[in-house]
Write a protein that binds this ligand. Structure first.
Ligand code: CMC
Length: 378
């Protein structure tokens, strides 16, 4: 069967059947396995939410303890991965470093037994455990420091902040990061998840699946937008400059970062929670100098573009939250990856359950039977 209607960006075209997450872009609803994101953000934590996404159900107390314990046990990196990272240029983007490290795991765990539940479980644990360590190790190594070893007595997010900043975080900060990780963990068939699914459908190893997803997440239209939001707020600089900035963008037809979404036509429910988290952080640690600019920009964009369904998306306030947590701007997208790994793994597993290799078609727009022109005549 060939579907002849071409839709740029596959907009509105179902690419799979999935029970992992649900988005209603008109009503601003996001659910993981049927549970509203607001409820998870209040009551769950990132490790439990990962279990829910990947294994399809909330864990019992014992299952959660085992899951957490297994992740703790696998946080360390092989010294050869650390040695490899030493050869990376310090000026390289951390997403490129992460992609290389994720792919390199496949060299160490090369047995590919996709029909073996133990293999699947080990890959899930390893990836959830090691991706944060990789991000933190690159951050320290590019500053010329040795990476710090993960701390077994700290939870997932607290340990990640500890490895990044070389000091034990305030539990409040760790809790805020944990909620951020839950919010970013999964979002139906977004570009990086689709990339993971296409790669998974070839039955390659899970490390290649994650490496391809990391590469896709890195782009400024996807995960990279949170970095761009901060540069944009810095460029705008003050509340008075907001309106002229928006008017100029409209005139030049340029995108305002952190706004718009293929699916949401209202404010992204994650942006609502993230704005609240930002405000909690500002109350405790002092307000960000660009928060006023951000609020005014959101107001003016809604006024001018709300009729087109352009509202703040998940990337709009996440940067301000991460900045307050002391995370450098170019690590915002790697932090997104630390979280989205849960969704990628859930889709990898789901893809394997009913796999058929992705092989869409195309509408050919070229010529036929064209002559080969000799070099001298071109
Ligand atoms: N600023 C100004 N205009 C916009 C924006 C924006 N941020 N987003 C969409 N539009 C306009 C766009 O110019 C177009 O207008 P017109 O119909 O007059 O030509 C219309 O809205 C539709 O835009 P589109 O680019 O065709 O929509 P899309 O569904 O292909 O793209 C998007 C969605 C997220 C790529 C886009 O909104 C965008 O580039 N936003 C800025 C980057 C960003 O914040 N990305 C993060 C996305 S959410 C998290 C994630 O996926 O990682």
């Amino acid at each position: 069967m060939t579907v002849c209607e071409y839709r740029a960006g596959l907009e509105g075209i179902p690419a799979t059947q999935s029970s992992i997450s649900f988005v209603d872009g008109q009503r601003g609803i996001l659910e993981y396995r049927g549970i509203p994101i607001e409820e998870l953000a209040q009551k769950s934590n990132f490790v439990e939410t990962s279990h829910l996404l990947i294994w399809g159900k909330l864990p019992t107390k014992e299952e959660l303890e085992n899951f957490e314990q297994e992740i703790r046990l696998h946080r360390r990196l092989k010294y050869r991965i650390r040695d490899m990272m030493k050869c990376f240029p310090e000026g390289g983007h951390p997403m490129d470093a992460l992609q290389a490290c994720a792919a390199a795991l496949g060299l160490f765990y090369s047995r590919r037994a996709l029909d073996d539940p133990a293999y699947i479980n080990a890959a899930v644990i390893r990836l959830l455990a090691k991706i944060p360590t990789m991000v933190a190790a690159f951050q320290l190594m590019r500053k010329g420091n040795d990476p710090v070893q993960p701390r077994d007595d700290l939870g997932y997010s607290a340990n990640f902040l500890y490895m990044l900043n070389e000091k034990e975080p305030d539990p409040f900060a760790a809790q805020i990061l944990d909620v951020c990780l839950m919010l970013h963990a999964e979002h139906t068939i977004n570009a990086s998840t689709f990339s993971a699914m296409v790669t998974a459908s070839t039955l390659t190893d899970p490390y290649a699946v994650v490496a391809s997803a990391v590469g896709t997440l890195a782009g400024p239209l996807h995960g990279g937008a949170n970095e761009e939001v901060i540069s944009m707020l810095e460029e705008i600089g003050s509340v008075e400059n907001v309106r002229p900035y928006v008017e100029q963008c409209i005139e030049k037809k340029s995108k305002i970062m952190g706004f718009g979404h293929r699916v949401y036509k209202v404010k992204d429910p994650r942006a609502i929670i993230l704005q609240d988290l930002a405000e909690q952080l500002f109350e405790k640690y002092g307000v960000d100098q660009f928060y006023d600019v951000a609020v005014e920009l959101e107001r003016v964009v809604h006024e001018k573009m709300g009729h087109k369904g352009i509202y703040a998306n998940v990337d709009y306030y996440s940067g301000l939250v991460y900045r307050k947590l002391g995370i450098p701007t170019d690590l915002f997208t790697p932090v997104f990856a630390v979280s989205r790994i849960a969704g990628w793994l859930a889709h990898w597993k789901e893809q394997l359950n009913e796999n058929r290799i992705f092989r869409p078609t195309q509408i050919y727009t070229g010529t036929h039977a064209a002559p080969y022109i000799p070099m001298s005549e071109r």
